[in-house]
Design a protein around this ligand. Sequence first.
Ligand code: ADP
Ligand code: MG
Length: 403
Amino acid sequence: MPPVFDKKTVRDIAPDVAGKRVLVRADLNAPLKEEGDAIVVSDDARIAGSVPTIKLLVESGAKVIVCSHLGRPKDHDPKLSLAPVAARLGELLGKPVQLAPALVGPEVEALVDGLGAGDVLLLENSRYEVGETKNDPELAAQLGRLADFYVNDAFGAAHRAHATTEGVTHHVGSAVAGLLLEKEVSTLRGIIEAPEHPLVVVLGGAKVSDKVAVIDSFLKVADAILIGGAMAFSFYTAQGHKTGNSLVEEAGVALAAKALEDAKDSGCELVLPTDLVLGREFSADTEVQELDGVDVPDDWMGLDIGPKSAADYAARVKSAATVFWNGPMGAFELAPFAAGTRTVAQAMADADGVTVVGGGDSAAAIAEFGFADDVTHLSTGGGAALELVEGKELPGVEALNNV
Ligand code: ADP
Ligand code: MG
C-alpha cells in the first residue's frame, strides 16, 4: 500500500510540549441557533471531532491555544462570536475554556502569558480579522508569535490557504497535523490511492459541474459510479430523454455527455437511475407519482430516484468492499422525495465494507436518518473531501512538516 499520510502529527510532538504554547487550528464552525435570548450550538459534531487532539495536548501538559473561523461574519458581527462554542468545548473537555476577545493583539498575548500547563484558551472568530481569508503575512506572523508549535486539525478548512491554515505555518518552529485531519486525509486519500475493490461511488446532489472532477477521478479507479439527484437530469438531457420541469443544469449537459463518453473506455460502469419519483413542484405537499422510466412528462419534475433504482443502488452498496458517497439522491428535505436517499443511507449503514460519506448535504442526511455512527467515516469537510478525492493537494495539509 502506498503511504497515504506523510506529514508529522500531534503524536510526534506530544512528548515535547509540556509547558510549551501550542496553537491548534480546529474547525469549530458549528451551526448555531437562538434559544430565548441566548445563542447556542445546535449540532456539536465538529466540536466533538476536535476534542481528541485538544485532549492529547492537555494531557501532555501543553498550554493549548485554539483558533477557528465561524460562519462568514461581516465586520465583528457579535452573533458569530465563538462564545457558545467555548461553552460547549468546555463541557466536552470537562474543563473551562476561556474565550479571548480577539484572534491576535496585546490582550490575547497577555492571556497567553497567563496560561498554565493543561489550560485551554479559545481565540475569537478568525474571520473577524480581514487578513484571515487574504492569508495576510502580518496577521500570520502575529499568530505565529503566540505559539511554539502549530497543529492543524481543521480538515473542513484545509482546502483554503488562509492565515490560520497556511500562513501561520511559516512562523512557528513546527507545524503538524491533528488527529482528525490525519484520519480524514488518510481515509479519503486511501480511497483513491489504494481502495479495496469493488469500489462503488454514489454521487448525487444538485449540479454536475460541482461533481465532474470527482467523476473524472473515480472513472480511473472505481468499479461503478451510481448517479442520482438533480444531476441525473443533465445526463438524461445528454442522452436525448425528456426532462419535463426537472432541474437541469444546462452547463452540465456537455460535461455529462463527456463523462458518458469517457466511461465507455474506462473499467468503470456509469449507472443512471431507471425509474423516478415525480412531483408537480418542489414542495412537500405537491401531487406525487412514480415513473417506471426516465422520460419525464410535461408539467412534472423528477425529485427522487425510483424504488427499483434505489433497491439496485442499495444492493450494489452492500456488496462493495469500499463505498464513497457524496450528494443526496433526491430532494430529501421533502418527505415524499426522501426515500431514495434514505434507502442508500440505510444500505451504507448495513454494508460490511468500508463506507465513507464525503460531507455536505449527504452527511447531513446520514445524520438526520440516524446512521451517523453506522458508517466507517463521516467526513467533516464537504469541499475539502471532494478536492481530496479529485486528487488535489490541500494547501493546509501541504504546508505541514513532512515525516
Ligand atoms: P452535497 O452538499 O452533498 O454535495 P449538493 O449541495 O450538491 O449535495 O445537493 C444537495 C441539494 O440537491 C439538496 O438541497 C437537494 O434538495 C437537491 N436535490 C437533489 N435532487 C434533486 C432533484 N431531483 N431536484 C431538485 N433538487 C434536488
Ligand atoms: Mg451542498
